[in-house]
Structures are given as C-alpha cells and as structure tokens.
Design a protein around this ligand. Sequence first.
Ligand SMILES: [Cu+2]
Length: 756
Amino acid sequence: MNNTTTFNTFARTRLAICVALACGTAATHADEMTLDTITVKDTPVEEGAGTGTAIDQSTLQFLQPATNDTATLLRDVPGVNLNGAGGVSSLPAIHGLADDRLRIKVDGMDLISSCPNHMNPPLSYIEPSNVGSLQVYSGISPVSLGGDSIGGSIVAETVAPEFASPGEGNLVKGEVGTFYRSNNDAFGGNAGATFATEAFSIRYSGSWSKANNYTAGDDFKTTTATGVPGHTLPLDEVGSTAYETQNHTLNLALKAGDDLFEAKLGYQNMPEQLYPNQRMDLLDNEQKRVSLGWTGGFDWGELEARVYHESVDHFMDFGPDKRFWYGPLSQPPAAPEIGTPCSPVGFMTCAAGMPMYTESETTGVTLQGEYDLTDEDLIRVGAEYQRYRLDDYWLPSGGGMWPETFLNINDGERDRAALFAEWESQLNASWTTLLGVRYERVTTDADDVHGYAIVMPAPGNQLVDAAAFNAQEHERTDDNVDVTALARYAHSDNLDIEFGVARKVRSPNLYERYAWSTWGMAAAMNNFVGDGNGYIGNIDLDPEKAYTVSATFDWHAADRSWQVKATPYYTRVEDYIDAVRLAGWSADQFNVLQFENQSARIYGLDLSGQMVLGRNDWGEWGLKALVNYTDGENRDTGDDLYNIMPLNGRLTLTHKLGGWDNSLEWVLVDNKDNVSDVRNEVETDGYGLVNLRLSHSWKQVRVDLGVENMFDKFYVLPTGGAYTGQGSTMSLNGIPWGIGVPGMGRSIYAGVNVTF
Ligand SMILES: [Cu+2]
C-alpha cells in the first residue's frame, strides 16, 4: 500500500492513520478493511467514492510553486471553491458552506480563527511546501471527522514521519526549494531536513515567502465605482494584496513496537498580510502550537490519543494602501502611489492608525479507539474536549476612538466536549454501511464590555450599547446531536453508488454571539465575509442545524481508464445564521447588519470526469473535466445566500513524457447574478482563464514553470467580496460601494526543488 492507493470512503480514516504511521503497523489492518482498493494512475487528483478525496503528492508538488495559499491546493476537488481573502488565507467553501461551517483539522487540531475578520484560518498555518496530506470530505463527513460544523471536513497533515528501513543504517535526507512569480514579485524558499533511525525520526521544515500587491488583467486600467460619479480607483494594481510570512515546524516521532509517539511543534511569524476586502490589514500574526500524539496497535484494534495547545497573537492596523483619504468627490484624485509617505500629498491626508489586538489560547484533548467487532464490523468511539479563550480589544487612537480601550470580546470563552460512536459494517460483497452519532456540548461566555468612551461624549451609542449588552446573561450552553448514515453499493465493475443522510449542528462563534456595538465604525470591524458591511452579534443565536441528503454515482471502466462521477446534494439548514437589515438600511451601499437565525437551503451538483486520450510518440495524453453548480436560498426571505460561486468548470489536458508532467487548464466561470440583496452583494461577469503548467523531474531535482491567466484577462472574483483595499476605510461609506476584488492578471512562475 502506498500514497497512490485510494480506498473506499469508509476506510478513509484508516488512510489518515496509515499516513500518520508512515504506513507501518496499521497497513495490514487497513488492507483488511479495504473493500475496493483502486489505484488511480495519471491523475493529479485522487477521488475516493463520494465523500472523500485525497490529494496526492504529485498534485501537491504540481501546485506548490504556483501558490503560498494552502487552501488553493483544493481547487481541483469537486464541490470546493475558494472565497478570496488575504494572499495566503483564502477560505475554502464546500457546497456553498465556508469558514466555521467546515471542520478543518491541521495535524489533528481543530484550529479557530482568532480575528474579527477571520484573517488566520486553520490552513493559513501550514505552508503548501509542508503539506504531507490533504483530504476533503465534501459530501457527508463521518461523525469521527466532523463535530461543531455543518459542511464537509478538510483534514490537513504536515509531512508524515519517515523512519530508516531495517538494516540500512540511519536515514539522513533534506530538501531545499525556491520559487518566483512575476505578477506580484512573489519570492520565497523552503528547506527541510530529516534524521531518522529505525525507531526515531526528527524533521525540521521551514519556509519564507513575500509578495507585493498584484496587478489585475490588462483589459481595464481603471474602473468607475457604481453610484459614485467621477470617483475612480486605480485597479491595475489591486491594493492591499501584499504579504510576507514565515513558518517553522519540528516533528519528532518514536516507534516502539505497535506504539507511535509524535510531537509536532509549529511556529508562525507573519509580519504582513494585507486584505483587499477588509477595512483592516494584518500587520502581525504570531502562532505557537504543540501537538503530542500517541497511536497504539492492539489485537482488538487501535487507540489514538492527542493533546494540543495553540496560542495566537494577532495585530491589525492600516497597511500603506489604507492610510489615504481620497478627499472630496468633486476633486477626483490622481492615483496615489502605493507606499507614498504619510505626509499630506495634494488634497490627500493621512488616516490615523487604529491598533487592534486579538489573543487566543486553545487547548484540546482527543481520544479515539477502533474496535474490531468481527471481520466485517468495526466500532469507532471517541471523546474530544476543547477549551478556547479569546480577547479582542482595540487600543485608543484618534478620531473619536479614545480615551479608553475598546473591548470587542472580553474574556471570551468557547468550550466543546464531545462523544461519538461509529459503526462500520460490510454486509456482503457489494454493500457497506457507516452509522454514526455524536453528542457535543458547546458552552460560550464573555465578560462585560465597554467602548472607547465610558462617559459622554461617546460616539456611536457606545454607552447605551455596552450597558444593554452588560445587562444580559452572556453564558449559553448548546447540546448538539449529529447523526450520519452512509451506504456504499458496488453495483458492478462499472458503477459504484454511495448515498447518505446527515444531521449536523454548529454552535455560533464568539463574534456571532458577542460582538455588541451598533456603531458603524465598530460594526465594520466585525466581518468575516469580506462584503464591506458591519455586523452586530446576537447573544440569543441558536446553533445551525443542517439536514443533508446526497449521493454519488461513479461510472468507470473496470481499469479506470475513464471515469464519470456525479454528486447531487440537498441541504436544509434550520437556524442558519444569516444577516438581517436594521433601520437605515439602503440599497447600493454598505450597511450595518445583525446576525439572525433563519432557514436556508442549498442544492447543487458536482460533476467530474477523466479519460485517457491515448499514447503516441509525444507522450501520454489525458483529459479531466470538472463542473460545479450550487444554488443557495434564504427560505425566510427568498434572498440568495451570500458568496455562492456561480456555475463553473475546469477542463484540463494532461501530458506525460519521461520526466515531464504538464497540463493545460481552461477555467470557465459563469456570470454571477444570484446575489445576496441584504448584503448588497455585487454581481460579477463570467470569464475564462487559461493556465499552463510544465514540470520536469530528475532523480533529485524538480523544475516547475508555468503561466497563470495566460491571456491576461481582467476579471472580478465572484466570491472575493467587496473591494475595500484602498483609501481610508473607517467611514462605512467613505469608500465607494459596488466594486468587486479583481483577480490576478498574467503571472509567470518558476520553482526549483532539490532533494538530497
Ligand atoms: Cu485580523
């Protein structure tokens, strides 16, 4: 068994365990349970049946030089699209559900974004070059991998420990890599080193990357903001898209008989990540994490335990592009040079700073066991506990934002305790079932707050709002029950069918419950969706409850030389946390909204296929295709849900010859005219992009060369939110409404990786 082996869905967790064990002791066990072991060749993305998709090493290697944003490694997975954010932290969406609605695990930890703009989502802590495995459960994810989420699950692991082969002495190996991308002068490098004996393994890996703002495609140099006559913004350079980040990990592993002990330490230092769709920029993020794990094999099955701790120090203020005030609209300004010093230039003046701090501590314990009931039945039980503490406060500065410190979330607490059980059963040669139930208790709380002012004058109703918040009981306890039932049916050598139903529950996050200020400026700071609006929390929010039914039909040749998969799905979410209008709401502008439970439904279809075209003197040729369709509606208001990707597809021609591995991609996206009215979401035009990727591998050297957006097409990201990347952002409508964030223009990239 190796990494190019795809298992059926239910054996998927076993693959994860196998990867964690470097396919050692668990391999035999996993093989036993594998009903249908399929080796997929010549395809960068491995697709399991239905819910699970493992992204293989060749795809990871193929995309690594093109991106520092780990979430973008998921771009070929059916049902997944990416919501634009900062340059290294886009938010994956599965079937229209994103962010906290998904369960994203990094090395077994349920990491939480600690920022009122969710600038530090879980995958931003793992650099693409250090991703060892990435698995997506886009349909119904088993309760053992879900919890406190209503969409799918993403399981990311850093590179698994390697041990020396018996009798071959110590293992010493390393790698170094570097890349450059032309559009935004992105440049960086990574290095890794492993030393291992047969029982002990230590691996360090580190990476650094830095990029300037990117430029949009060449069709337009400027665009006129809708509804703001004469006000133009320079859009060739997309403001607030630069970044710089550094990641280090140290992984230790010890093998003793059937036991594996692991310690994983991580450190991130991110000096800058600017945001084109938020009013603030990340100007420092420091994360420290440690995860200790033990996996033991027994006659009856296996046991896995983990303890982890993470601390995050996050700081936001205005990056260089947001420090300018454009002046009166009667005097449209010339395009300011990015990075011009802060002294007044012409009629422009400087925006004062607004220092904002977010600090969190997360501690977790997980225990999971697998018990072999019979040869055909397996029971998986587990318990999890997570303790999360959050402080979000803004130091006094100028412009009404003083003299005290604004307490946005004061001593926030969110604790989860969960128990689950799963029963996996092979009924006969063609039927497998998985039944799971999970109970989770989520308790949230926060202390009393105050704004910048504790006596009059206090702009924005701060005294009244704080008093109203403080008068309420803050603690809330949710008892959440998840149930999933999945079945897989192997109809013939050419057709597999998998189907399932699930109830999944997610409790509100701390910002959704406890962000308290109705002041436009303060509310605009609480926004995880990048739409430019302000949000007010709601203590009385109930957990979201999603009921999903989905099926996957997988037609294929017996040897998988061709394959077509279709996954229709339908989800109804009771108490979906959407936003509602408040007094003063108006069309075609930014507004202050409040979180409210409503009813929503999402349906759609993922279609994917691949075929071998043939082989000639010039190599092996193949074709892959992918189509995603999602439709989301608020059932209470009839409004469309926010940030739903329009119909989109991808056609890829693949080519292999000797050490060459190449592809030509054609990405097609439809117009977006189903938009959220309550959020004044901007419509976007359809577009097509062409990407070319070439790679050549020798024994120790790999070279990648490619061009993305080959024809330098101008386009606007359909789920990239509102462009707020330039000018002073503190006044809710001081920046023009109606502009989406443009995507990147042509970019040529090159990467080299050397192993030794
Ligand atoms: Cu932030």
